[in-house]
Design a protein around this ligand. Structure first.
Ligand SMILES: Cc1cc2nc3c(=O)[nH]c(=O)nc-3n(C[C@H](O)[C@H](O)[C@H](O)COP(=O)(O)OP(=O)(O)OC[C@H]3O[C@@H](n4cnc5c(N)ncnc54)[C@H](O)[C@@H]3O)c2cc1C
Length: 391
């Protein structure tokens, strides 16, 4: 641990990436605090379920000693996917697959974002996470940084690690490179108590996921452990559609009119997402970091996860990359053979950028394929490959 001896580490952002890193560094005896903007741990965590991959998310959990807690909280069967067409016909059903993976490359267990965060929080020493700490800015202070938060508090750290997600406020201290628009904008929503509110969709999702595709559009559903269904529309639009569309997304009637127009010719069962009182919709243009980004390594500052390599969610890699970043960064920082912090950070950043760039390229290809005329054939052949007995 010699590189981190007597060093105060500030991890900014308590998402899956930041919390994994905090846990891994604490195991090595490092002095770590996580500064998180959420007011407390109980603020409701939104978002769909996340599938963790063997060589990334699960690998980090194993190293963090959290597999037992994960096994107690993941949702067996929630990874099962139905590929459907716009007429709500099932084209392929993973429920019927012959080779059910229980480990290895194609074992991709699902966990809801809330329970994953809880597992990680409970693994940290008390007081590690400083809630209500929205990072605003920082300035050089000797060898380290003086951080300033929205609530007026300040903190000194020798090393700052940005894990503050897609709109990172720390990233500009490392590089001016900005993400580019992927071409696709999603609208996210939730149906609570889907068994009662949207019984047809609830049955179709069957506790797992649906990817419905057609007319170069996607409609994705994912069942959560609390009985809700999360859904995402995916449509190719102009980058600024979110701003210029003239729709009031707090007005259900306006959103329904947009949906009926955009998904004209799709089966009526999809409309069940509107069979609820006051649904909330979030419009999310999808961005990706340039695949060839480079910046000069610093000795007291780095970043991981979405802050470093935001990418669209269509390949389900974001959380896995964030957790693998945390694992690799912890290994570089606690290495007994690397001579200085700048070399450790440079080594990590090179490894992370190379890996994330390859995954982002694959993700952009997937984003394009799922919003193309051949989307269903593409998905089916991808899943047939993973279901092959040779795998
Ligand atoms: C609609 C959607 C669906 C997705 N589906 C999947 C999926 O199925 N599978 C998958 O792998 N990935 C998915 N992703 C991507 C995944 O959510 C991210 O890649 C992953 O959460 C990145 O983890 P992170 O720790 O880097 O950042 P985040 O999870 O974004 O966490 C950042 C943390 O920093 C905090 N924070 C932000 N700003 C500040 C600040 N200024 N000061 C202090 N704290 C701050 C936030 O509150 C948050 O806790 C999806 C993303 C979206 C948008």
């Amino acid at each position: 641990m010699h590189l981190l001896n007597n060093k105060k580490i500030a991890i900014v952002g308590g998402g899956p990436g930041g919390l994994t890193l905090a846990r891994l560094l604490q195991i090595s005896g490092a002095d770590v605090h996580v500064y998180e903007r959420d007011l407390n741990k109980d603020v409701r965590v939104q978002g769909a379920t996340l599938d963790l991959h063997d060589d990334s998310g699960l690998k980090a959990l194993r190293k963090a000693g959290l597999m037992e807690a994960f096994q107690a909280n993941y949702r067996p069967g929630a990874d099962k996917l139905r590929i459907m067409d716009k007429h709500a016909h099932i084209v392929m059903d993973e429920d019927e697959r012959e080779n059910e993976p229980e480990s290895g490359e194609y074992f991709r267990p699902e966990i809801d974002r809330g329970p994953l965060r809880k597992i990680m929080l409970e693994s940290l020493q008390p007081g590690t996470v400083i809630w209500d700490s929205q990072f605003v800015t920082m300035s050089s202070d000797g060898e380290g940084w003086q951080l300033v938060f929205q609530n007026g508090h300040t903190a000194y750290a020798d090393i700052v690690i940005a894990s503050d997600g897609a709109n990172s406020k720390i990233r500009p201290f490392l590089t001016p490179i900005r993400p580019f628009y992927s071409g696709v904008t999603m609208v996210e929503g939730v149906v609570y108590d889907s068994a009662t509110v949207a019984p047809t969709l609830h049955q179709l999702v069957n506790g797992g996921k649906i990817f419905a595709m057609g007319d170069e559009k996607t409609l994705i559903f994912s069942a959560k452990g609390d009985g809700s269904l999360v859904f995402y529309t995916g449509v190719k639009t102009d980058e600024h559609w979110y701003r210029d569309n003239g729709i009031d997304f707090s007005d259900k009637a306006q959103v329904l009119a947009w949906f009926k127009d955009t998904y004209a010719g799709w089966d009526a069962s999809w409309l069940e997402i509107f069979d609820q009182g006051l649904p909330k919709f979030i419009v999310r243009p999808q961005y990706c970091m340039p695949l060839d980004q480079q910046w000069e390594a610093q000795s007291n500052l780095t970043m991981l996860g979405d802050a470093a390599h935001l990418m669209p969610p269509f390949a389900g890699e974001g959380v896995n990359m964030a957790m693998l970043d945390a694992l690799e960064l912890s290994e570089w920082l606690t290495s007994e053979t690397v001579s200085d912090l700048r070399s450790a950070i440079a080594g990590y950043e090179q490894q992370m950028r190379t890996r994330a760039s390859a995954i982002a390229k694959m993700t952009m290809e997937q984003t394009e394929a799922l919003h193309s005329a051949g989307a269903i054939d593409h998905m089916v052949s991808m899943f047939r490959q993973s279901d092959s007995p040779n795998n």
